[in-house]
Design a protein around this ligand. Structure first.
Ligand code: FAD
Length: 385
């Protein structure tokens, strides 16, 4: 039996919010000294952690998934407390209930909010007047916030630096395997083609859409994943909608949310935001698929439909569109729930795959990690005689 220097304590794959927050947690809370984070982009948080609707969920969005709604109620106050400079609270947030084709009535929505303890008030007449009353049954004023993705990335950069985490940008992990000198080995490939082998004790696969795209001994995650190419239009709203966020429930409707990182609003529509979807499998790289996608905007169709409910939207100006791959668990397709995926790979001891369905789920991940026995430092090779 001998102690081996196994290179790194941990390799984190993916510099989105999850990879960054987990790297910081390992360094600061668990005493890991040698942590390397590998990110295929040239900076942190360029993918889903930037290209999203920036909503700090507070439960309202999930009348069909009580667990997700309830967890959001618990996680929102913690998120606001931990990232006060990142969270924007200075806008009015409305949830409206459609009269037709809605899976929830205004009464049912009220009851659901009561059950999860989420505050809800009827909106005042000036706000109601923005909506077409023949299509909208009720409008509620709620408490829901937005986060600034650029500020969150700034936080991650600062914390990783302070924690001494090494970052390899423009570098992709291509293989994860069992090691000879250490429990695990990871092969990286930089943009210029240079390959590197990193030996380590633990691997945290935080690649969101790329979760299954590794060669070597990695056999993929057990949970089924669905990939979806999504478009969120970035709009400059007219004055009457400027300080507002609106979500219409619950069915083939839409949301508009402030997007603080650009000083604009995102507009998303249940029918037009998803452009293309497929069941995830090893070998179909979602990033490549998005790279090859033609990205024809559907903003005209979004605005045409949204304008029937909120006529002022016809005055909004389309500035840009955010295209991204959204990754969800197949099991939640029906209820829209967004639990975490947290898998310990039995065939690759020390390797974890993690996906947070939304930003505030980070607390659910950290709770799971808190009860994991993780040890940094030299690795005792029990097999050696
Ligand atoms: C359209 C859309 C709207 C959303 N709206 C909201 C919302 O309003 N509120 C909310 O809370 N959540 C929302 N989400 C979900 C939220 O964005 C995600 O839960 C969160 O960003 C996931 O963070 P992450 O770090 O796991 O993923 P990412 O930020 O995507 O990070 C993964 C990183 O891994 C890197 N990577 C991938 N493969 C490799 C590899 N082989 N080697 C090296 N690096 C690799 C990628 O470049 C990327 O930077 C939305 C998501 C989408 C797509």
């Amino acid at each position: 039996m001998s102690d081996l220097d196994c290179g790194q304590d941990a390799v984190i794959i993916g510099g989105g919010f999850y990879g960054a927050a987990i790297a910081v947690y390992l360094a600061k809370q668990r005493g890991f000294k040698r942590v390397v984070l590998v990110e295929r982009e040239g900076a942190l948080m360029q993918r889903a952690s930037y290209n999203n609707q920036a909503r700090v969920h507070n439960g309202y969005h999930y009348p069909r998934s009580f667990t997700t709604a309830f967890r959001s109620r618990i996680n929102l106050p913690r998120f606001v407390q931990d990232w006060p400079d990142v969270v924007r609270q200075d806008f009015t947030k409305l949830y409206a209930i459609a009269r037709r084709n809605s899976k929830v009535t205004a009464k049912q929505f009220q009851r659901f909010c009561q059950e999860i303890g989420a505050e809800l008030q009827p909106a005042d007449p000036a706000l109601r007047a923005l909506f077409e009353p023949r299509l909208i049954e009720e409008v509620f004023l709620v408490q829901e916030y937005a986060f600034d993705t650029t500020k969150l990335a700034g936080w991650a950069e600062q914390e990783l630096k302070e924690s001494g985490v090494q970052i390899r940008y423009n570098t992709r992990v291509t293989e994860i395997s069992k090691g000879t000198q250490a429990p695990l080995e990871v092969v990286t490939q930089a943009q210029n083609g240079v390959k590197e082998l990193l030996s380590c004790r633990y691997v945290f696969n935080c690649t969101y859409s790329g979760l299954n795209q590794f060669k070597g001994d990695f056999s993929g995650v057990r949970s089924g994943l669905k990939q979806e190419i999504t478009e969120m239009a970035l709009m400059q709203m007219p004055d009457s909608l400027h300080g507002l966020g609106v979500t219409v429930m619950d069915g083939p409707f839409f949301s508009m949310m402030p997007f603080p990182a650009r000083g604009l609003h995102t507009l998303s529509h249940v029918r037009y935001t998803p452009h293309l979807n497929w069941n995830d499998e090893q070998g179909i790289d979602p990033y490549e698929k998005l790279g090859q996608y033609e990205r024809d905007s559907r903003v005209d169709r979004m605005v045409r439909d949204v304008g029937r409910y909120i006529p002022a939207v016809f005055e909004a100006k389309h500035i840009d569109s955010l295209f991204e791959v959204k990754t969800v668990l197949v099991k939640n397709e029906g209820d829209d729930g967004r639990p975490i995926l947290f898998e310990r790979h039995q065939d690759l001891p020390g390797c974890y795959s993690i996906l947070g369905g939304k930003i505030d789920n980070i607390y659910d991940v950290l709770e799971k990690l808190d009860v994991e026995i993780l040890s940094a430092g030299p690795f005792t090779n029990m097999q050696e005689k």
